[in-house]
Design a protein around this ligand. Structure first.
Ligand code: FPP
Length: 255
């Protein structure tokens, strides 16, 4: 190989691994709304489910890149409480993806020290889907690398309502005083109780809305919207989003 080619390939590896991002401001927690699978497929004359399948493969690439870059938590919006309104075939296909994904990639992820988790409404998930994600979570619980957190049958409003309900039950039972409910205590009833809020949210496909994702947790998160459809979103795009994030001044309401 010629010298310049070796140099270019080393540079590309460094770029993908995020080595020229500022390590002290790598976002700890990145959340992604993986949008545009359907349009990606339609554009290619393929059925929508082909887009979801390509999107599933991309989850592996982006998770490994995030792990390499030193991101601690990657929360991915894989299925919302509203996605049940889609045609039955598409819903069934989407519900099969976690199983397929883990069947193909879990060993590789576990080898790279990735911890798999999921959050969402367990009620309503098909047993095979639940079993696959629960088993993966159990198998990787001791891993200390990236936390790959799937939001599955997740809805932000539902999460808030169930937190309010749990607190109300504790007050009714007399185990909690209503005056002791503050933001920190409220957060403890959310799925993300043991996780920091996302520093960065990325939504692909050019849409600019939150779609009921992490409504509480995104209060001070930096938002980045990218045009690319999710199956086309590359580790370089992730790196670019992090570079943009690193130019933002986070003030958390202060001056
Ligand atoms: C939104 O695109 C995407 C989804 C509703 C599903 C996202 C799921 C994946 C990317 C795969 C998940 C993988 C695992 C491992 C669980 P859309 O269908 O709304 O796209 P469109 O807006 O172009 O129609």
């Amino acid at each position: 190989m010629m010298r310049w080619m070796r140099w270019a390939s080393r540079l590309k590896r460094r770029w993908i691994k995020g080595e020229d991002t500022k390590p002290h401001t790598i976002p700890q927690h990145v959340a992604i709304i993986m949008d545009g699978n359907g349009r990606w497929a339609t554009l290619r004359g393929m059925p929508r489910i082909a887009g979801h399948h390509a999107g599933m493969k991309n989850v592996r690439d982006i998770a490994l890149a995030a792990n390499d870059m030193g991101i601690h938590i990657l929360t991915l919006y894989a299925f919302s409480t509203e996605n049940w309104r889609r045609p039955k075939d598409e819903v069934e296909f989407l519900m099969g993806l976690p199983e397929e994904f883990l069947h193909i990639y879990l060993d590789e992820l576990a080898e790279k020290n990735v911890q798999v988790r999921w959050m969402g409404k367990s009620n309503g998930l098909p047993p095979h889907t639940r079993r696959a994600v629960d088993e993966a979570a159990e198998k990787t619980a001791q891993n200390t690398g990236l936390i790959l957190n799937f939001a599955l049958n997740y809805g932000g409003r539902h999460e808030l309502v169930q937190a309010a309900r749990k607190l109300a039950e504790k007050v009714a039972r007399g185990t909690l005083k209503s005056e002791d409910i503050d933001e920190a205590r409220f957060s403890e009833e959310l799925y993300t109780a043991d996780l920091p809020d996302p520093d960065l949210l990325i939504r692909t496909s050019g849409e600019m809305r939150l779609s009921n994702f992490l409504l509480w947790q995104l209060a001070y998160t930096e938002l980045i919207f990218v045009e690319r459809y999710w199956p086309d979103f590359t580790p370089e795009d992730l790196k670019q989003a992090i570079l943009t994030y690193q130019t933002r001044k986070r003030r958390f309401g202060a001056l």
